[in-house]
Each structure stands twice: as structure tokens, then as C-alpha cells.
Write a protein that binds this ligand. Structure first.
Ligand code: G6P
Length: 625
């Protein structure tokens, strides 16, 4: 999604803004631009494509001013082009925007009627026009002796407060004016926006990542808030102009996360970080002496809450949703509590019924996904207890939740989620045990057995990572297939869906995840000798049934890639490729199975020459609907 950086201070704004935008690259974007004061006027430079194109254009450009804003754009209204790139500049106003202005048609018609000349197809430019028009009108009002609201001395701030009721939709906006070179005004409803307070400079960013190279002191803005930065000071206001007291938070992020550590891509580095990510996720919540689960630092009385719940809802998007489906299996099987797992964009509009004593679990790596955030707010209003599983402390979802389980996976840069996925699975392992324990349906013996399985997972993932070489060699053959069907049953079915999603995201090839037993009801028609059938076939009680499904695919020419556990002569015989994972039980096997499907997608995408860290059209955290 789009990235925002703003700077007001003594350094060269160009360098600060480019560094900030660079650290936001991982979010996904298709064009970029800056607007920086130079001799009293904004000089704007924009470029389509990667940040390197913008940097090249900025080479040799000098700026005398100390105020500037920058943006990486992920197109919503208007195609990715230089013309549609931000900032949008109108009559001395420069503005950058993340989100979608839903009433943009109405605003566009009104502004055009009013004589505005529009340069782009974006909804964002309209906001720049609205503000510029208000600044002009405010000047006229002042000349007529009819000034701005009491306590509002900045013409820019006064204009923003006046146009706010006109904006419907989701936005995080930063605006600056040539007439007020010591001022930045930022406001939000939906997408994140953070103020950075440095010792001698002020920053605005859409992500802490853009600020941490310069300051660790930040203010997280909430929806409906406006921040006015003037020189080295700031104040946060509501829409009526009344001051709001905000907490200055010290973040412990470091700026050096964006290193590939010798790997060719962030994604493969993050795949290889999974053993550590899983270990870090579970470490705070396991009593090693007793081999028991003790969820800690959640923020509410876990035992009491879990003992009282009668229904669990799990809501998430993308890969996080598939972890939720695994969680659904685990909680129902171990704790015997009914669980519904939903895609957030469906949940929020399907008029769900949340009975009393519901636990609502949101899963979001970024903690910023707009649909998941909206679902959390809905569930909260309906009276459910919210437990957030999240990787980013103080993110929007984290701040809304009653309880917190942190993935502790470290910053994930690759757009396609990998280590956050595994860290979440491990937390869901522990959470399902905690619910079962609180409900009194888990013996101490079983608890210890399952906890030991979870503790063994990091080392087992380490062995599975050796399959890397296999997929590297097989990638050329695999990329020649016309499509992929991923099959699995039970807890393995969501991993099949995750495998298909990964291949779509990275290799841009058609792939579908299906319940193995359902293949005969349709997908079988797709199978011929150009179709790869990737199947998860562990040695469990459904082994024979899944094997029969594979025979059906094989009989129709399907190219079988099977991922099983231990030796299996029969599987090897019918498979083009057979991969043996360690023989572990159902509870932690998804943690191992996800590794080969990640590696398959990664290597096929690399051999096709795709940008695996920033796949086309995709964004890391999706802050619009
Ligand atoms: C985007 C990312 C996915 C991610 C999904 C949900 O689509 O590309 O990798 O799984 O958002 O993100 P979240 O931050 O809510 O887990």
C-alpha cells in the first residue's frame, strides 16, 4: 500500500524522505514522488515504477528549504503513471494520501464546476483542491475581518478542519503549504499515520519503519485526529479543533532490519528464519520445566476468559486467514468449543451473530489490514472479547484489542507472508491447548505431549529447509506446467490453500487449493498431463483415502508432487516427485508442510524472473477495502 513520509527540520529533506520511502518499499507500490521546498516554492519530482527511478531523477537536484513530503503510490483511482503519482500540488499546497475517498465523483463534479483544473485521475488530487480552495476562502474571510476558529492560527489547519466533513472514506493525509514553511498538517481515518518527534526535527510517516532511522519517539494518531506540527512543537486536535492529549510512545524497533543477510531476497531469508520465528513466538508462553502452556502478557485474565467462552470467531485476510483455518481445526478438536473462521471482508458485511461469551481472535501480521480492523471494531461493539494475534506492537488492531499474543517474528519485508505465518501457527498451537486446558478437557499428560511437539518444531523446520536444493533444481520443470492443484485434508487443507496462494502471488500461475476429497466434484475435469497436483499426504488415518484421490488424478494424466511423512513406497511410485517430511503428528505438521510449498513458489517465481519480494499489483499491508 501507499507510503507517506514528511520531514520538517534542519537536515536535507531529500535524503530523509528518500531513506524513509526506501524503508516503506516493502509495502508494495508502483510510483513515487516528493515535493520539497526550494527558494520558497515546492519543487515536485515524480516517477513511475521503482524508487530507483525517482532517486535517479533526484540526483543532482538541490533543495534550499527544510520542509518536504514524499509518497510511494499503490494505485487505486487512476493507473500507475507519473501523472497520477503523488504529491499533488495545487496553488502552493502539496498533499499525499493513502486510502480511498469514496465520494470522489461528487467532489470531482463540484470542483470542476467551480473551475478547478484537474491534472490527474486520482481521488487524492481532489483533496488538495478542496484544501487550496478553503485556504483562499479563509484569506478572503480574514481580509473581511472574519477569521478562523478560535485558537487556530494556521490557515492550512483551519482549511483542513473545514473540509474534513466533506471527506467520506478511508484516508491518511499529509499536507503542507508554501505560505507556512514551518508547518505540516496530517489527519487520518482508517490507514495508519504516525508522528515522529526528534530532538531537532519532526517527521510524519505511514509506518514506524520510515521513522526509526531518525527517532524512536512517536505518537500514534487515531481515527478522527488531526496533528499540526509547527517548528519543533505539535498538537493533536479533534475535528472541532479541540486539543487531545496523546501519549508519546518510545518504540524499540531498529533501523537495520532491512538487510538481506547474504540471501538473494528478503523472502527466502524470511523462509530460513522460520525456526527462530517459531521459537521466539512460543518462548514467552511455555513452562519448560513442566512442559505446560502458560500464556503470558496477554493483558486480560486468560484462564478466566478462556474458561468462560462458548464460541470462538477467528477473522483474518490472505495468508493469515489460512492460519486461522488451521486454528479452527485445532481448537475444535482439542477444546471442543465451536469455532467459526472467516475472511474479514466477508465477516464484516454478512451480519454475523456473535453470542454472549464469544472470543474474537483477529490474526494480522501488520495489524493494519483495513477489513480485519473493521471486523475487530464490529466484534468489539457486539460485546466480544478481542484477542489479537499480531506481529506489530501498537499497530491499529493491536491498539483496539483487549488481549494480545505477539508473533515476535521480527519485521517481515517480503510481501508474501512466510515467517509470520509459521509464528502464528505456533501461537495457535499453544492457544488451542490453553483453551482446552481452561475448559478442563486436556489432561496434563496430553498437554505435556503436545507442548513437547511444539518445542521440537523449530529443529524439525530446520531439517525441512534442506528441501531448498530440491525445488531449486525442479523449478525449471515445474514452471512448464499450465496450472497447479494443491490438495489436502483436515489441518493440511489450509496449507494446501496457502501453497496455491503463494504460487499465484509469486509465480503469477494459476493455482487452486482444494480439499482432497472434494476434487471429484469439479477440479478433476481440469486434470491432464500439463496439470501439477501437489498433495499433502501424511501418514495419518486419512492416508489411504488421500492416496485414492491421487490415483484418480494420476489416472487422468496429472503430474503428482506429493509431500508426505517418512518412507512411503506407494506414494513414491505414483509421484513424479515425492518429498518426505519428518514423521510428526497432525498438531505440528502444518508447521513443516508450509515450508516446501513456500520454497516451491519461491523457486518457480525466481526461475520465471519475477520480483519475489514485491510481486506485481500486491501490497504488504492492505489498508484500503
Ligand atoms: C496482504 C499480504 C499477505 C497477507 C495479507 C494479510 O495481502 O500480501 O501476505 O497475508 O495481506 O495481511 P495481515 O497483515 O493482515 O496479516
Amino acid at each position: 500500500m501507499c507510503g507517506i513520509v514528511g520531514y520538517l527540520g534542519p537536515k536535507n529533506p531529500k535524503d530523509v524522505i528518500l531513506t524513509g520511502l526506501k524503508s516503506l518499499e516493502y509495502r508494495g507500490y508502483d510510483s513515487a514522488g516528493v515535493s520539497i521546498l526550494h527558494e520558497g516554492k515546492f519543487k515536485r519530482v515524480r516517477a513511475e515504477g521503482k524508487l530507483g527511478n525517482l532517486s535517479a531523477k533526484l540526483d543532482g537536484e538541490a533543495f534550499s528549504g527544510h520542509l518536504g513530503i514524499g509518497h510511494t503510490r499503490w494505485a487505486t483511482h487512476g493507473k500507475p503513471s507519473e501523472r497520477n503519482a503523488h504529491p499533488h500540488c495545487v496553488g502552493g499546497i502539496s498533499l499525499v494520501h493513502n486510502g480511498i475517498i469514496e465520494n470522489y465523483m461528487e467532489l470531482r463534479e463540484e470542483l470542476v464546476r467551480d473551475g478547478a483544473v484537474l491534472e490527474s485521475e486520482t481521488d487524492s488530487e481532489l483533496v488538495a483542491h478542496l484544501i487550496e480552495r478553503e485556504v483562499r476562502a479563509g484569506g478572503d474571510r480574514a481580509a473581511a475581518g472574519n477569521g478562523a476558529a478560535a485558537g487556530v492560527s494556521s490557515a492550512l489547519l483551519a482549511a483542513v478542519l473545514r473540509i474534513l466533513p466533506r471527506l467520506h472514506g478511508a484516508y491518511a493525509i499529509l499536507v503542507v503549504s508554501e505560505r507556512e514553511p514551518d508547518t505540516m498538517v496530517a489527519f487520518k481515518n482508517g490507514p495508519p499515520l504516525i508522528l515522529g518527534v526528534g530532538p531537532d526535527a519532526m517527521y510524519v510517516g505511514s509506518d514506524v519503519m520510515a521513522l526509526v532511522p531518525y527517532t524512536k519517539k512517536v505518537v500514534y494518531l487515531d481515527d478522527g485526529e488531526v496533528v499540526e506540527v509547527k517548528g519543533r512543537s505539535y498538537r493533536v486536535l479533534d475535528h472541532s479543533g479541540a486539543t487531545i492529549q496523546k501519549k508519546l510512545v518510545e518504540v524499540n524497533w531498529t533501523a537495520d532490519v532491512a538487510s538481506k543477510g547474504g540471501f538473494p531476497h528478503f523472502m527466502v531469508k524470511e523462509i530460513f528464519e522460520q525456526p527462530r520465528a517459531v521459537a521466539q513466538a512460543i518462548q514467552p508462553h511455555v513452562n519448560l520445566q513442566k512442559s505446560s502452556v502458560e500464556l503470558s502478557g496477554v493483558g486480560f485474565d486468560v484462564d478466566q476468559v478462556l474458561a468462560g467462552i462458548e464460541r470462538v470467531f477467528i477473522v483474518a485476510c490472505g495468508s493469515s486467514y489460512y492460519t486461522g483455518l488451521v486454528g479452527e481445526y485445532m481448537i475444535e478438536r482439542l477444546a471442543k468449543v465451536p469455532v467459526e473462521c472467516d475472511i474479514a471482508s466477508e465477516f464484516r458485511y454478512r451480519h454475523p451473530v456473535l453470542p454472549k461469551n464469544s472470543l474474537f481472535i483477529s490474526i494480522s501480521q501488520s495489524g493494519e489490514t483495513a477489513d480485519t480492523l473493521a471486523a475487530v471494531r464490529m466484534a468489539k461493539q457486539a460485546g466480544a472479547k478481542i484477542l489479537s494475534i499480531c506481529n506489530v506492537k501498537n499497530s491499529s488492531i493491536d491498539r483496539e484489542a483487549d488481549g494480545h499474543l505477539y508473533m515476535n517474528a521480527g519485521t517481515e519485508i517480503g510481501v508474501a507472508s512466510t515467517k509470520a505465518f509459521s509464528a502464528t501457527l505456533a501461537l495457535l498451537n499453544l492457544l488451542s491447548l490453553a483453551v482446552a486446558k481452561a475448559k478442563g478437557v486436556l489432561s496434563a499428560e496430553d498437554e505435556a505431549k503436545y507442548v513437547r511437539e511444539v518445542l521440537a518444531a523449530p529443529a524439525q523446520i530446520e531439517t525441512v529447509l534442506n528441501l531448498d536444493k530440491f525445488f531449486k533444481q525442479a523449478a525449471d520443470k515445474l514452471k512448464s506446467y499450465k496450472g497447479f492443484l494443491y490438495l489436502g485434508r483436515g489441518v493440511h487443507y489450509p496449507i494446501a490453500m496457502e501453497g496455491a496462494l503463494k504460487l499465484k502471488e509469486l509465480a503469477y500461475m494459476h493455482a487452486e487449493g482444494y480439499a482432497a476429497g472434494e476434487m471429484k466434484h469439479g477440479p478433476l475435469a481440469l486434470i491432464d498431463d500439463k496439470m501439477a497436483v501437489v498433495t499433502l499426504v501424511p501418514h495419518d488415518d486419512l492416508y489411504e483415502k488421500t492416496l485414492s484421490n491421487l490415483e484418480e488424478a494420476k489416472a487422468r494424466g496429472g503430474q503428482i508432487i506429493s509431500i508426505g511423512t517418512g518412507e512411503s513406497e506407494r506414494l513414491e511410485k505414483i509421484s513424479q516427485y515425492y518429498l518426505a517430511l519428518p514423521e510428526v503428528g497432525w498438531f505440528t505438521l502444518p508447521l513443516l508442510e508450509v515450508v516446501p510449498v513456500q520454497l516451491l513458489a519461491y523457486h518457480v517465481a525466481c526461475s520465471l524472473g519475477h520480483d519475489v519480494d514485491q510481486p506485481r499489483n500486491l501490497a504488504k499491508s492492505v489498508t484500503v477495502e
